[in-house]
Design a protein around this ligand. Structure first.
Ligand code: PLP
Length: 430
């Protein structure tokens, strides 16, 4: 497989764009090699500038539930474009998409659209703070909620639950209100509530997809809900990734735990830039212009993005059973790869939720970020490179999740498993 043209494109891009990419994970830094420059996608496939084709298990990091260039979504976008790209004024499309979102999520009475997941989360947190009149927030190590200042935190020293900035450019003053707990560890949450009586909200990916796929235990989420209730603290489910991916009706339908606010993104934009946050009426009504908590956006509710999202969610509504089909395929691909790994004496941990799948080269089950970090990163990098060579495009970091689209067939899954057996054997022998 030649990657000459990708290499040339990458070198040129690096001169003009920091790291050659507009979002760091795309740079293949954790797996090495040249990031593949894409020319087009069609159905299950991506094509690169060298003319190579890959079965795509990244799906633009989640949004493309129906694969690339789904006809319904494409037509909806073309039609919307013909009416105008942006008006900065209300359109019917926003209300139509809001109707669908509130139909799917029983915890959402009202929803506001923004342009990214980052924006959705930072706005939801502001709303939680405004609603409760409190400043502190709790997040979990290994959960990613976008790149806003207060959420770029890492564990502080010693037993402190208050986080430190995890990036230069984030003032310590901006993260001093963020407490860190360990995923699936309720004692660590209790410790946060001992350290602060000013907690506005706890934010969690109920099905974490940013430390690999690590779903929260049901019991843990139920206890989290109880602690939040006991302290008049809001519970925010960040479903930017898992929304309409793990389940059609949100993590609340899988776990039985109802959040106060939910953040969404990815699938609800059908591939266009969209985020959203929504929740209980009394909370959402605190938002400007109805209430005092300010939040705004020039391109929020953009008509083209709304049309894409509406087409995607309508298609999902019409094919409600599709998630079961996708889950069967997700299960098959990871079970097949696990079996192939076992034949080579390699232990692989696997899991799926709906159309999301995850695998770790790890001897032990993964329940939190420190478990995930014990995975064999080198082996993952070699596996990633080998699968790319075979024509399978997997996320270029062991801390990411895989996605099945409806365009990925059973035959493609079987071929992927075969390729994984070949790659793992070559790794073992070489
Ligand atoms: N929240 C979660 C759970 C995410 O997975 C992401 C992005 O992957 C975000 C928030 C941020 O979304 P965006 O990249 O659209 O800003």
């Amino acid at each position: 497989m030649s990657t000459e043209a990708s290499l040339k494109a990458f070198n040129e891009a690096q001169n003009l764009i920091p790291g050659g990419v507009n979002s760091p994970v795309r740079a293949f830094k954790s797996v090495g090699g040249v990031p593949i420059f894409i020319t087009e996608g069609k159905g299950a496939y991506l094509k690169d500038v060298d003319g190579n084709e890959y079965v795509d298990y990244v799906q633009s990091w989640g949004p493309l539930l129906f694969g690339h260039r789904d006809e319904t979504i494409e037509n909806a976008v073309i039609d919307a474009v013909k009416h105008g790209l942006s008006f900065g004024a209300p359109t019917l499309a926003e209300t139509e998409l809001a109707k669908l979102v509130t139909e799917f999520f029983s915890s959402i009475d009202k929803v506001r659209f923004v342009s990214s997941g980052t924006e959705a989360v930072m706005s939801a947190i502001r709303l939680a703070r405004g609603f409760t009149g409190r400043d502190d927030i709790v997040k979990f190590t290994g959960c990613y909620h976008g790149h806003s200042d207060a959420l770029l935190v890492e564990a502080g020293s010693g037993a402190a639950t208050f986080g430190n900035p995890s990036s230069p450019g984030v003032p310590a003053d901006f993260t001093k209100h963020t407490l860190l707990a360990e995923y699936n560890n309720i004692e660590s949450v209790k410790k946060c509530f001992e350290d602060s009586n000013d907690i506005a909200c706890v934010i969690i990916e109920p099905i974490a997809g940013n430390m690999g796929l690590v779903p929260a235990d049901k019991e843990f989420l139920h206890e989290l809900r109880e602690i939040c209730d006991a302290n008049d603290t809001l519970l925010i489910f960040d479903e930017v990734m898992s929304g309409f991916r793990a389940s059609i009706n949100g993590a609340e339908s899988i776990t039985g735990v109802t959040p106060d606010l939910v953040t969404l993104g990815k699938v609800i934009g059908g591939g266009m830039p969209v985020g959203a946050f929504g929740g209980r009426r009394e909370i959402m009504e605190q938002l400007s212009p109805e209430g005092p908590v300010y939040q705004a956006g020039t391109l929020s509710g953009n008509p083209v993005a709304m049309a894409a999202g509406y087409a995607a969610l309508t298609k999902l509504k019409q094919n409600a059973r599709v998630m079961d089909v996708l889950n069967k395929r997700a299960q098959r691909v990871v079970e097949g790869m696990q079996e192939a790994a076992k034949e080579q004496g390699i232990v692989m941990q696997i899991d799926t939720r709906g159309s999301m799948f995850g695998f770790f080269f790890n001897e032990n089950p993964v329940k939190n970020f420190s478990d995930a970090a014990k995975s064999d990163a080198q082996l993952f990098a070699r596996f990633h490179a080998g699968m790319l060579e075979e024509g399978y495009y997997f996320a270029c970091s062991l801390y990411e999740t895989g996605f099945i689209s409806t365009a990925i067939t059973d035959e493609m899954i079987e071929a992927t498993i075969k390729a994984s057996a070949k790659v793992l054997k070559a790794i073992k022998n070489g």
